[in-house]
Design a protein around this ligand. Structure first.
Ligand SMILES: *Cc1c(COP(=O)(O)O)cnc(C)c1O
Length: 407
């Protein structure tokens, strides 16, 4: 008699012995103060634990509210707001792959690692991408951008609002969009780290596509992202002759789910519910108050770090507030600092793709006073532990002055 496979003595691939999460995760959660993901509010965590049907009345209502709240956060009246299952980079690829194809002229304003990613995605869909390479720790002047637009005659211009990698803020965004628009180009803006941390007005500034992720400014979970297209951008999406090679990212297919209550792929329901709660909290706070909270907290953090005796990486004029870059003292690597602060003080911060800096995020829940005190203290103590001369009390005092509005 043949032996049943169920009773065979051993399977070809043996069942692995693994540790439980309780054994792997630290007893006390680490405070996530790096460049993302960031801590999530309790309401977001609770929503993320729920699974509901991805189709049907409840989901339709949730999606409707997510879109209307996202319109507020993007500051757009455009109908064409959609979500995507995937990281901020999936939303980025959704913008690029729906608007650009073989031969499309794309001008990428390249400030660093993330703005280069948009250029690379353009090349991969066969677009003719030119980059305006901007020096580290600087922004392109409007003259340089106008010149590049004249030279390249782009159909699409891509630009990042906050270049998280080198912590540079493209503060000319509105003027850049105007220059592109005047030349007849569509403008794609990466607002992954900045959305809801600082002003961005999609309609008023004439932006054609804005992308964001969940795990940064919005303080939701990673893995569900948002995109908004202007009417002009949507017309281009609808007018293309060859379909998008990325089936999952095809905006016309995503329209089935995000606008017609139909099926595209099974939506990441838990993550959509989490995003709903994150957006609801933004609306409850209001954008004005949220921007003010981020500004106050980030400036107080920067004052604290500087008063301690450490140097900030980006010059003040173009310094990003959403993620703060701090120079690592001579003789140490970013990894030395990050691993020490994590191991000894249970605070996670980030290095940055080969730059000699560590980065502390100021996005969403990271901008809370108790998190800032713990982070500045942990950073200062890390320096002391490593033998770097810093004035930790002066740093904490400067943080307190910044937060209390005192002098
Ligand atoms: C984090 C980040 C991204 C990438 O987001 P992922 O969710 O990691 O794909 C893109 N652009 C900017 C500006 C970012 O900060």
């Amino acid at each position: 008699m043949p032996t049943s496979s169920f009773t065979s003595a051993s399977s070809a691939v043996p069942c692995p012995v693994v540790e439980s999460l309780d054994a792997i995760l630290p007893e006390e959660p680490l405070l996530m103060m790096g460049a993302g993901p960031v801590p999530i509010p309790a309401a977001v965590a609770k929503a993320n634990a729920i699974v509901i049907n991805h189709l049907g009345g409840t989901m339709v209502k949730v999606i409707g509210q997510v879109k209307s709240m996202a319109r507020y956060v993007f500051q757009t009246n455009s109908k064409w707001v959609l979500g995507v299952a995937g990281p901020g980079s999936a939303a980025m690829e959704m913008a690029i792959s729906n608007l650009a194809w073989e031969g499309t002229r794309v001008l990428s304003i390249k400030n660093g690692f993330f703005s280069e990613r948009m250029a690379e995605m353009g090349r991969r869909v066969g677009a003719r991408v030119s980059t305006l390479d901007v020096a580290d720790r600087a922004v392109a002047s409007l003259e340089e951008i106008a010149g590049a637009i004249r030279r390249e005659r782009p159909e699409i211009v891509t630009v990042v609002q906050g270049e998280t990698s080198n912590t540079v803020w493209n503060y000319h965004l509105k003027e850049i969009a105007a220059l592109a628009k005047a030349a007849g180009a569509l403008v794609i803006v990466d607002a992954v780290c900045t959305l809801s941390t600082m002003p961005l007005e999609m309609d008023a500034w004439g932006i054609d596509a804005v992308i964001t992720g969940g795990q940064k400014g919005l303080s939701s979970i990673p893995g569900v992202s948002l995109i908004a297209f202007s009417d002009a951008a949507w017309e281009r999406v609808k007018g293309r002759t060859a379909p998008n090679a990325h089936w999952c990212l095809d905006a016309s297919l995503a329209e089935n789910f995000w606008h017609n209550a139909g099926y595209h792929y099974t939506a990441p329901v838990s993550g959509v519910l989490a995003l709903h709660e994150a957006l609801r909290l933004v609306c409850a706070e209001t954008l004005e108050k949220r921007f003010a909270r981020h500004l106050k907290c980030s400036l107080a953090l920067q004052d604290g770090v500087a008063a301690m005796g450490l140097r900030l990486y980006a010059p003040e004029a173009c310094r990003l507030n959403s993620v703060v870059g701090i120079e690592v003292p001579d003789g140490f690597s970013p990894a030395d600092v990050c691993s020490h602060i994590s191991r000894m003080h249970q605070v996670e911060i980030s290095g940055s793709f080969g730059l000699p800096i560590v980065r502390v995020g100021q996005m969403g829940e990271q901008c809370r006073e108790h998190n800032l005190f713990r982070t500045v203290h942990a950073l200062g103590r890390t320096m002391v532990d490593l033998g770097v001369r810093v004035d930790l009390p002066a740093g904490v005092a400067a943080l307190e002055r910044g937060l209390s509005g005192g002098k």
